[in-house]
Design a binder for this molecule. Structure first.
Ligand SMILES: C[S@@+](CC[C@H](N)C(=O)[O-])C[C@H]1O[C@@H](n2cnc3c(N)ncnc32)[C@H](O)[C@@H]1O
Length: 353
């Protein structure tokens, strides 16, 4: 039960002036909440006050004193630094991660090597400061291999890498250790989905956990063939299909897009999505065979000092020509996200004739 404290009761209209005066005099007990009841405020006091002291605070205004119960103020530290409560040196605090990825209720941090000896404490402090987070993970290495996944290390909270992430109202089942997912692509997923018309046939050649497919199927009565070589990614997409209300139809396929697209489509697809930025150029033959005249290829690749933007656009147009098709128009060209210092994931919308 909350403890009994001496109080000073004044009219709400005096609240701000009295609160400041009590604070200045060090008389307000800030561990307890100021309570209000029908236009009156009750200030919890450090000690019982003599009448002349109260007059020095409220002047000639009416007041009452007495004792009553007050609720404790809940003190949740707001920042990682606060939550660590002085356990790191000033230099170490400077190295704390300033940003993090939030995937559903999982936070993913990058802990610099110089403070890695404190990583468990940092994870625990992160949990204390962020009440809606259940799990804190640290990235272990870069995304690699054909499935574009990486390893994670548990810092604090529940030991899991699976969760449900929300993008523009779209529920996405994710397992960070099992299949590629980035929470930094939501704008791009939505941008493409908004372009799709009812009745379109869309082929998403590298669907991952199916974000493009889910966004599109929520917005239009289209048909989306969502292909990934990683069976875990498609298993997660199938889970998401059950928990979203979809207008369109998603056809999830576990396959190598190299063969699947060549064998199944012949200039009858309205839109091909090629979001595999480290490797998309290797699959333009397939996309060129599938896309219909006037269709759109959403092409993704990294651009930076090594691969400047204009050079990239010219390279893609040349590769398309080499595969027997032509770019009739370049639609939007967009920096999707910074993938490394001075390197961007680019999106290029190519209208094909
Ligand atoms: C960058 S991720 C896709 C991201 C996804 N489009 C999104 O927006 O979240 C690339 C994906 O391509 C898949 N992949 C790699 N090679 C493939 C291939 N030959 N055929 C089909 N999928 C492939 C990987 O398993 C991975 O899920």
């Amino acid at each position: 039960m909350s403890p009994v404290k001496p109080f000073l009761k004044v009219s709400t209209s005096l609240g701000d002036r009295v609160r400041k005066a009590l604070m200045r005099a060090g008389l307000l007990d800030t561990d307890y909440r100021i309570e209000s009841e029908s236009n009156m405020l009750f200030f919890p006091l450090q000690q019982k006050l003599e009448t002349h002291r109260i007059h020095s605070i409220v002047g000639n205004e009416t007041f009452e004193t007495g004792v009553r119960r007050f609720a404790l103020v809940s003190r949740t530290p707001r920042t990682l630094k606060d939550a660590l409560g002085g356990r790191l040196t000033e230099e170490e605090v400077e190295l704390l991660p300033r940003s993090y990825d939030l995937v559903g209720d999982i936070a993913v941090l990058e802990i610099p090597a110089e403070i890695s000896q404190h990583k468990q404490q940092i994870g625990q402090a992160f949990l204390t400061a962020h009440k809606s987070v259940s799990t804190v993970l640290a990235k272990k290495g870069a995304v690699s291999g054909i499935t574009r996944t990486r390893e994670y290390e548990l810092l604090a909270g529940e030991n899991r890498t699976a969760t449900v992430h929300l993008e523009y109202g779209c529920k996405i089942a994710v397992d960070l250790a099992a299949a590629y997912f980035s929470p930094r692509l939501l704008e791009e997923h939505q941008r493409v989905a908004r372009q799709v018309n009812d009745g379109e046939l869309v082929v998403d050649m590298f669907t991952g956990v199916g974000c493009f497919a889910l966004h599109i199927a929520r917005l239009s009565r289209s048909r989306i063939v969502a292909i990934d070589i990683n069976p875990e990614a498609i298993r997660l997409l199938e889970q998401s299909m059950k928990i979203n209300r979809l207008k369109g139809t998603i056809i999830p396929i576990v396959a190598d897009s190299r063969d699947y697209v060549l064998n199944n489509y012949d200039q009858n697809v309205n839109r091909v999505i090629m979001n595999h930025p480290s490797d998309s150029s290797q699959f333009l033959r397939q996309a060129c065979k599938a896309i219909r005249r006037g269709g759109i290829i959403h092409y993704y690749e990294f651009a930076g000092e090594q691969n400047p933007e204009q050079q990239l656009i010219e390279k893609v147009a040349t590769l398309i020509k080499r595969n027997g098709r032509e770019v009739s128009q370049i639609g939007e060209v967009r920096h999707v996200r910074e993938s490394a210092p001075r390197e961007y994931q680019m999106a290029i919308d190519l209208i094909i004739r």
